[in-house]
Design a protein around this ligand. Structure first.
Ligand SMILES: Nc1ncnc2c1ncn2[C@@H]1O[C@H](COP(=O)(O)OP(=O)(O)O)[C@@H](O)[C@H]1O
Ligand SMILES: [Mg+2]
Length: 386
């Protein structure tokens, strides 16, 4: 009978060749088909660590120039994805406790080496379970954060649109009356210019209120079929002048991007907001890239959700870790008074959300930032489904 057996990849941190032989012998006896690598000291360990690919690491507790505990710490630091089992000649309970506490999966005395195969199998199982749990936990946290952000946006959005509505009425009143006076007085009047300033300020206020209303989704959307590549090209035509000369604009637009259902004005607003932030971050020099690509999520075996992904990347200053969770918050800005309103990303977030999509950010301090927007593509006709 032919059995196809997976090869067990073992990394041995062991200076004694006899022990290496013994351990490999035990594993083979236990039915494993083994491939292996050995490091006999610290230098060899570091050399082989960079492209280490092992199912399990068997480490001697004491090596000539390093301890097994140190090896564990190094593996953790380098995020080596393999369980570590300590194997040692001399044993006491304290060593066992220490090694498990520091992150070893198991601890075996050389005199009990006969049980090695079973312990290795178990260690690999435990490791896989541990990894799965960690993954589930990070996913849960990520989801929790998204939910929290969405709830926060919802409540602030309602508040903002409530205020914006009343505020808009006040502004309309002030604007109306100042314009009536402007009509009545002569241009030579010392008040003429001041009244004009009042009316300009009111108009700026009204523009801000309009942004708040978009954020609160109080301005009705007009959804149409849109080719996102064309929209980006057209918006760049508009924005060309706002981007400083030292900034190179790159368009990396894939050909076969499906159409989306979107409000053109609102999406343009998102692109403008992201572009302005990117140019602010670059301080006159760098590369601004727009990219489009397809993205799909397999929901079930026979159902795939298709999205369009739009990335806007800059080579600017980046966003510090402790700001990242705030950037979408209303009124969060790191810019000087008068330069930033802290609403650009809030609005981008809320528009993308209203389109059934999501927006994420990836930033490296001093290197640059990429915003990625995912929007649902118009699903192709299910013509040939029977
Ligand atoms: N591309 C970017 N690079 C670096 N920082 C950014 C970028 N985009 C946004 N930010 C940070 O997020 C903050 C909020 O952005 P935004 O909501 O558009 O408000 P504003 O631009 O008015 O400050 C900015 O003040 C800035 O600190
Ligand atoms: Mg902005």
């Amino acid at each position: 009978m032919i059995t196809t057996q997976k090869i067990l990849k073992v990394f041995l941190l062991e200076d004694n060749p006899d022990d290496v032989e013994l351990e490999l012998h035990e594993l083979r006896k236990g039915g494993f088909d083994v491939s292996f690598e050995v490091a006999r000291n610290r230098k060899e360990f570091f050399e082989k660590l960079s492209d280490l690919d092992a199912d399990v690491i068997l480490a001697d507790y004491v090596l000539p120039d390093m301890t097994g505990i140190e090896a564990i710490h190094i593996c953790q630091e380098k995020k080596i994805d393999a369980p570590i089992i300590f194997i040692t000649g001399m044993g006491n309970e304290q060593i066992a406790v220490d090694s498990l506490r520091e992150g070893a999966i198991d601890y075996i005395l050389k005199k009990h080496i006969v049980g090695l195969s079973a312990r290795v199998s178990r260690a690999i199982e435990i490791w896989a379970e541990r990894k799965a749990k960690e993954k589930a936990e990070t996913e849960r946290q990520k989801f929790q954060q998204l939910l929290f952000q969405a709830q926060k946006m919802e409540s602030v959005g309602r508040l903002a649109s409530g205020i914006a509505h009343d505020f808009n009425n006040l502004l309309t009143g002030i604007l109306g009356f100042s314009e009536l006076i402007l009509e009545d007085i002569s241009k030579d009047s010392p008040f003429y210019e001041r009244l004009q300033t009042i009316s300009t300020l009111c108009q700026r206020g009204a523009a801000l209120v309009k942004q708040l209303l978009i954020f609160g989704r109080k301005i009705p959307s007009e959804f149409k079929k849109i080719d996102i590549n064309t929209l980006i090209e057209e918006t760049m035509g508009l924005l060309y002048h706002a981007v400083k000369d030292g900034i190179e604009i790159r368009l990396n637009l894939q050909d076969d991007i499906p159409d989306i259902l979107a409000d053109m004005g609102q999406l343009t607003q998102v692109l403008i907001n992201l572009t302005l932030n990117a140019t602010d971050a670059m301080d006159g020099k760098g590369v601004l890239e727009f990219k489009t690509e397809k993205y799909s999520v397999a929901r079930h075996a026979d159902k795939t959700d298709r999205y369009v992904c739009i990335s806007v990347s800059d080579t600017g200053c980046g966003i510090p870790d402790n700001n990242i969770q705030n950037i979408f918050d209303p009124f969060f800005t790191t810019k000087e008074v008068g330069k930033g309103t802290g609403l650009g990303l809030t609005i981008a977030y809320s528009i993308v959300n209203a389109h059934g999509g999501w927006i994420i950010v990836d930033s490296k301090l001093g290197r640059g930032t990429t915003f990625k927007i995912y929007l649902p593509a118009i699903q192709p006709e299910l013509a040939d489904s029977t």
